[in-house]
Design a protein around this ligand. Structure first.
Ligand code: SF4
Length: 437
């Protein structure tokens, strides 16, 4: 189904997902204008917790240093595993000097911190950094420090990106460097996306109970546990924002298993089912393993239905988690989705999610923040999901907000977290109710 819509005054073509069927297709429009999102450096906050012997060295400006430091402020008393090498205007005088300086900083760091086994040089968007060839720097430094430390690079730049793309860029780099599986290796499952350890353990048990495996996770918890990949690898994405990573794995021969994302009882079941089909898991075994967990998840979600059912929700584009979250909130909690803003819509990966959205759901890809604020004000939704920069002004106007970044910091995937995920949306309403007493 194609439709014409108006964006910023211009008629452009809108596409709807092929699989959604003609009349159930959500209405997708594009907006281009001022954006209001964090940059990819933000993802260092959860990535450094996941890969326990990795260090993230941002090559950036003072602004980058402030962002990383304040986003990860809670770690200030621990031995940090991220830092910023500040490149300022003065350094433009000689790029060769910057290379030398970077080499000195890295060598000093690795001498002081022998526990680091994987070092990421993370690029940023200031013009003086863009001129640096961090890929070459990583190769140069690898020659010096391999095999003790692997050195890779990726960009966390804020140009044309959103904060979850930092994880995508990091994992795409890792995926390209993974060891190859042995010839004639048995089919294996790779779960892709940085999940909290507790969630990873739950999924590992589930796959084991279903007889699916061997199973590995990307990223692994340490540098030397990173999985192998090859033509026998089938991979399941745990996050909807991993387009580059999926491409990198496909370049290595891996094949993506199409599935919705494991949010809520329904999403988790469909996600597991997709892998179960590939592994020919008998239906009775699938039911036996999942039924008690599904029931627990349903009961946990049900507790929040009274609070959230019938309430309206508006998503500003931020994390790229918006479509699967909207699907969960609409289908399992009966919420009314007014608008799903999302920075990018990877139709290939979100095909099945879009087909599950309520009829006629409005999806806006990209952002024109002023226009979106106007629509949000006019709709007066019960909850607005948005970035930190918009939350306070909207709260001041009497709207109830939820920070989308919290959904990346909290365990929200799988059956055991379904109730917690619902609670994350119920909490702002409770807070507002308490304030109004
Ligand atoms: S990478 Fe760019 S957007 Fe991000 S903190 Fe640095 S200067 Fe700002």
């Amino acid at each position: 189904m194609n439709a014409h819509v108006t964006v910023n005054g211009n008629a452009i073509k809108s596409t709807a997902p092929d699989t959604a069927g003609a009349c159930n297709a959500p209405v997708v429009t594009f907006e281009r204008g001022q954006r209001e999102v964090f940059c990819g450096l933000t993802s260092i906050v959860w990535l450094h917790r996941k890969i326990q012997d990795a260090f993230f060295l941002v090559v950036g400006s003072r602004t980058c240093a402030h962002l990383v430091q304040s986003a990860a402020g809670v770690m200030i008393f621990a031995e940090p595993r991220f830092a910023t090498a500040i490149i300022d205007e003065r350094d433009l005088a000689g790029l060769a000097d910057i290379d030398d300086e970077l080499d000195r900083v890295v060598t000093r760091l690795l001498d002081r911190r022998p526990e680091i086994k994987l070092l990421f040089l993370v690029g940023s968007c200031p013009s003086e950094v863009i001129k640096l060839d961090l890929k070459r720097a990583a190769q140069r430094l690898s020659k010096i420090h391999t095999p003790k430390v692997r050195i890779l690079n990726y960009s966390g730049s804020g140009i044309e990106t959103t904060f979850t793309q930092g994880e995508d860029a990091c994992l795409a780099t890792l995926a390209a460097e993974l060891p190859a599986t042995a010839t004639n290796a048995p089919p294996s499952l790779l779960v892709v996306g940085a999940l909290p350890d507790v969630v990873e353990d739950q999924f590992r048990r589930l796959f084991e109970d279903l007889g699916i495996g061997p199973v590995a996770f990307l990223p692994a918890r340490t540098a030397n546990q990173q999985p192998a990949v090859g033509p026998d690898t089938r991979f399941l994405l745990a996050q909807p924002f991993l387009g580059d990573t999926a491409r990198a794995l496909e370049n290595r021969g891996g094949k993506r298993i199409e599935a919705p994302f494991p949010f809520g009882e329904e999403g988790t079941t469909l996600w597991l089912e997709a892998a179960a089909r590939v592994w020919n898991v008998p239906d009775d075994r699938f039911q036996r393993v999942t039924a008690p967990r599904r029931e627990r998840a349903r009961r946990a979600v049900e507790r929040h239905r009274e609070r959230l059912g019938g309430r309206s929700i508006f998503f500003f584009p931020d994390s790229q988690l918006e479509p699967p979250l909207a699907r969960f909130l609409a289908r399992e909690l009966g919420m009314v989705v007014i608008e799903i803003g999302t920075p990018y819509l990877n139709r290939q990966h979100l095909d099945q999610e879009l087909a599950l959205l309520p009829h006629g759901t409005s999806i806006v890809e990209g952002q024109d923040v002023e226009a979106q604020i106007d629509r949000c004000r006019a709709a007066r939704p019960d909850i607005v999901v948005c970035g930190l920069g918009l939350a306070n002004p909207l709260e001041a106007e009497g709207l109830t907000t939820k920070w989308s970044i919290e959904l990346l910091f909290s365990p929200v995937h799988g059956y055991e977290q379904a109730g917690d995920l619902a609670e994350l949306f119920a909490r702002p309403l409770d807070r507002r109710a308490r304030l109004e007493v």
